[in-house]
Design a protein around this ligand. Structure first.
Ligand code: ADP
Ligand code: ASP
Ligand code: MG
Length: 471
């Protein structure tokens, strides 16, 4: 059994969905048990979230406008994908019921002027409920018997709306109970990505870009032989192809390398996707739905046969660097503990930490939108230290970016850091802070956001990761 997940651009219109059908048809010849996982059509999740946020500010017209776009995009695709009148009518009626719920909930939000997280999550996941029905209908009209399945009956999570955490054991039970009979009947379940539900059935979402994670969760629950992520890039590449024109596909990387790349900005895979797959050793493949004949990237426990030192360079922008500084911090125990306890209590995620050996400053990276909240939490938590003068400042520097250089072959090889930083110097980009994990498969550093792209290109070129280097 295999899981095949199709991202937003791979279900973005009728033509893309037809391509999906062709891919599934070809896979079906080799493998009779397939589970398809789908994202919302490209742009739909943003459309839904922006409209409801505007509705919460009283702008009810935003709901009407978004509702019209939602309806037009899905009904137009349906029209082109399903020629049989009765079948089309049945699916259209199901879609209409969702458009209706969107309008009614949206109007309710505008009326009360508030967007409860629970309502936000239900709305955010509507795009997946619509695309799953569209894709199942398209497969059906090509003679591939399929059933749309809402993952809120399969993926059981806690109630952290917007970033829900799955209960893998409960999920495995629910998924096996509901999907195995569908597979046994020779049908293809088309499962909504991105969404889950609490044990009492309240819909949640797994975080933006979370449909990849859904595929990983379902792959582990069903003990799949492989999980395939179909997207608009050729695989994991030596850099984001939107930043570096001659970026190359990596044919085989390890779970650890892929995890670092995804965590540090390679948007092609949601960073949590591999977590459920690693303990079971299930391989993941990334392939381009625009060029299905390409080999793509395999991600598994081993690193594959390409022993390059540096394999890929990524970046994340829109971040802030917080610095806690003061000459009196030297030798005072507990400041780091209190700093990070305060950050955790504020519910803020830390992406990178660095401390200089003189111990008179400690700095770490957070999302730009969390910066001010984090700073005030720190000022409060460290008020005693500030009062006694051991902490002099809590500063925010933004916008900044993390650039991350990844490769298992870097381990134990001297001189890599020197080559990285000499390339960055001539980019030119100024390095603000540096962190290297003790695993040595990742060196990350902080630069001004405006210098990130130049730093990525310079490192890519220096290590000859582009077409010229590999050829
Ligand atoms: P999907 O909608 O299929 O989930 P995403 O937009 O989430 O697709 O992810 C695919 C995008 O990730 C690509 O279009 C590419 O620009 C970007 N990307 C960033 N870094 C990398 C990388 N190292 N390798 C491949 N793609 C990358
Ligand atoms: N549709 C969701 C999003 O845009 C999930 C996904 O595409 O993976 O975040
Ligand atoms: Mg994605």
């Amino acid at each position: 059994m295999q899981i095949h997940k199709f991202g937003g651009t791979s279900v973005g219109n009728a033509e893309r969905i037809q391509q999906l059908v062709a891919i599934v048809e070809a896979e079906r010849k080799r493998n009779t048990r397939l589970v398809v996982v789908v994202s919302a059509m490209s742009g739909i999740t943003n459309l839904l979230l922006e409209a409801t946020q505007r509705a919460a500010q009283g702008e009810v017209a935003a709901i009407t406008a978004a509702g019209a776009t939602l309806r037009a995009r899905h009904l137009e695709a349906l029209e082109q994908l399903v020629s049989d009148g009765a079948a089309r009518y049945a699916v259209a009626a199901e879609l209409e019921a969702f458009f209706d719920r969107f309008a009614r909930i949206g109007e309710g939000i505008a009326l009360v002027g508030e967007l409860p997280p629970r309502a936000q999550d239900f709305i955010a996941g509507l795009g997946e409920r619509l695309s799953a029905r569209l894709v199942a209908a398209a497969l059906g009209s090509r003679g591939l018997a399929s059933v749309a399945c809402d993952a809120d009956r399969l993926i059981i999570t806690d109630d952290t709306f917007g970033a829900a955490v799955p209960d893998l054991a409960a999920t495995a039970l629910a998924t096996r109970e509901r999907l195995l009979p569908v597979l046994d009947a020779g049908q293809i379940p088309v499962v909504t990505g991105f969404i889950g539900a609490t044990p009492d059935g309240i819909p949640t979402t797994l975080g933006r870009g979370g449909s990849d994670y859904s595929a990983g969760i379902l792959g582990a629950a069903l003990e799949a032989e492989a999980v395939v992520i179909w997207t608009d890039a050729d695989g994991f590449m030596t850099a984001d192809p939107r930043l570096v024109a001659d970026a190359q596909v990596l044919s085989h990387i390890s779970y650890a390398e892929a995890g670092e790349l995804a965590y540090y900005g390679a948007k092609v895979l949601h960073p949590k996707t591999l977590l459920p797959l690693i303990p079971k050793g299930i391989p993941l493949y990334i392939k381009n739905s625009f060029r299905p004949e390409g080999t793509g990237t395999k991600v598994s426990a081993t690193t594959g046969d390409w022993h390059a030192d540096v394999k890929s360079v990524t970046s994340i922008t829109g971040l802030a660097l917080l610095t806690v500084a003061g000459r009196g911090m030297l030798g005072v125990p507990g400041i780091a503990a209190r700093t990070f306890a305060a950050v955790a209590a504020a519910g803020v995620n830390v992406l990178l930490i660095s401390q200089s050996s003189s111990e008179n400053n400690l700095c770490f990276m957070v999302e730009g939108r969390d910066a001010e909240r984090t700073r005030s939490a720190l000022v409060k938590a460290l008020s005693l230290e500030v009062h006694h003068g051991c902490v002099e400042r809590v500063e925010v520097l933004a916008p900044v970016a993390i650039v991350s250089v990844v490769g298992a072959g870097m381990r134990g090889r001297p001189g890599i850091a020197a080559r990285i930083f000499s390339a960055v110097a001539v980019a030119p980009a100024n390095v603000i802070a540096i962190a290297q994990g003790s695993s040595e498969i990742n060196i990350s550093f902080v630069v001004a956001e405006s210098e990130a792209a130049a730093a990525v290109s310079a490192i890519h070129e220096r290590f000859e990761l582009g077409a010229k280097g590999l050829g």
